[in-house]
Design a protein around this ligand. Structure first.
Ligand code: NAD
Ligand code: 0WE
Length: 258
């Protein structure tokens, strides 16, 4: 029997079968979880529905995290189907593409900052707030995805790094607040992975190769590896862990050479 048997999980952030959220969904199902998935836009609906079918998931809901209405509708639907929510996975980030290259001082805008923080950081609070009752009922676990750029000035990551710093602080503040409800809140800080979000980034391939060489394990990590750690952190095996940022990066973050 898997360590997530009987657990109900909402997974936000699948775009396709390269998505980190897909890796998480797959490993959670492998451990016995039942899923609900969301899609950001009509463009992604078909692909997410196909993945839902593959994973034996019957609930597929529209969700753009900038819409309070859609957030409400998702939890209204979940509440009528499930008794509580054991797991909430947040795997969403966005900044205007032009702001993810070149000098900060040139590419930063007030609008880009606001958008990056709204979609990539505030949305974790928004979802956790809307799901609070259902999460409390189940002694739930919340998990988000971060990146080393939250703590180090990574070239070109720019405003996303600032938004990830806010996201990681959000994890700590939510964990401190929700501990009294027996809800845990954690993040996985993943190494670079070739996903749709990464496909939009200039020279990502050479970044991956450089990172692999500087990584203790001498390779990049996979969405399955991130998925396994995510599944662990959202399970009862991690009942003593909250407010933590766990690296799944092959050890890259500990090195001085990187
Ligand atoms: P991805 O493109 O597969 O996933 C990003 C998801 O965000 C997509 O499903 C997209 O639909 C969703 N999204 C964007 N704006 C949204 C909105 N307004 N409402 C709802 N959904 C929205 O890419 P990914 O690499 O799997 O990214 C998932 C998470 O992992 C992100 O938080 C990213 O920052 C983080 N991360 C990625 C890497 C990497 O190298 N790929 C490394 C560390 C952390
Ligand atoms: O969080 C991310 C990327 C998130 C992302 C990606 C895009 C591309 C398309 C956010 N917004 C957008 N907007 C778009 O229009 N990562 C951790 C992957 C990533 O992105 C980088 C990286 C790494 C690693 C950008 C520059 C440098 C390194």
């Amino acid at each position: 029997m898997g360590f997530l048997t009987g657990k109900k999980a909402l997974i936000v952030g699948i775009a396709n079968n390269k998505s980190i959220a897909y890796g998480i969904a797959k490993q959670m199902v492998a451990q016995g979880a039942e899923l609900a998935l969301t899609f950001q836009s009509d463009k992604l609906q078909g692909r997410v529905e196909k993945i839902a079918e593959e994973l034996g998931c019957k609930m597929v809901l529209p969700l753009d995290v900038t819409s309070e209405y859609q957030i409400q509708d998702v939890f209204t639907a979940l509440d009528s189907a499930w008794d509580g929510l054991d797991i909430l996975v947040h795997s969403v980030a966005f900044a205007p593409r032009e702001e993810l290259e070149g000098r900060m001082i040139e590419s930063s805008t007030r609008e880009g900052f606001a958008m990056a923080h709204d979609i990539s950081a505030y949305s974790l609070t928004a979802l956790t707030k809307a799901g609070h009752k259902m999460l409390a009922k189940a002694n739930g676990a919340v998990l988000t995805l971060s990146y080393l750029g939250a703590e180090r000035a990574v070239p070109n990551y720019n405003v996303m790094g600032i938004a990830k710093a806010s996201l990681e602080a959000t994890v700590r503040y939510l964990a401190a607040d929700l501990g009294q409800d027996n809800i845990r809140v954690n993040a996985v800080s993943a190494g670079p992975i070739r996903t749709l979000a990464a496909a939009g980034i200039k020279d990502f391939r050479s970044m991956l190769d450089k990172a692999a060489k500087a990584t203790p394990l001498r390779r990049n990590v996979t969405i399955e590896e991130v998925g396994n750690t995510a599944a662990f952190l959202c399970s009862d095996l991690a009942s003593g862990i909250t407010g933590e940022i766990t690296y799944v990066d092959g050890g890259y973050n500990i090195t001085a050479s990187a």
